[in-house]
Design a protein around this ligand. Sequence first.
Ligand code: ZN
Length: 162
Amino acid sequence: MSEDLKVADGQVIVMEYTLQVDGETIDTSAGHGPIEFIQGVGNIVPGLEKALYGMAVGESKDVVVAAVDGYGEMDSEAFMDVPRDQFPEDIPMEVGTQLELHDEADQPMVARIDQVGDTTVRLDFNHPLAGKELHFAVKIAGLRSATDEELDHGHVHSGHTH
Ligand code: ZN
């Protein structure tokens, strides 16, 4: 590993980070250890990835990412009214309750209860961070070149292969 290595496409980045939204810390590597990802392949939100280019090991930065470069704007179409009697009885009918559902292709989807009516429940399929400005504090903890296999798969292999 070279001393003057900088964040560039095809590098595996080891990064400490804290994410704040609306002044609240909602995610942090503190206590879990840094995350590892490949730069330039969309492993992280585009606005943050863009801001990391050229950073060196040990360097810290505060990055503000607009919603459009983060988890996207709120999509007013991403809501669905579902008859109340289609929900299992053990699901609390409360605004904010998060549900895990499967679409027709059996892909998992997450939705939150947005409104509870007398006969229908409105589900919100937007990402919970859609429409939010993201405030990251990051520190580059390590850098190395991705292997050909990692580049091929589009993700980091740490201690395993598949
Ligand atoms: Zn893989």
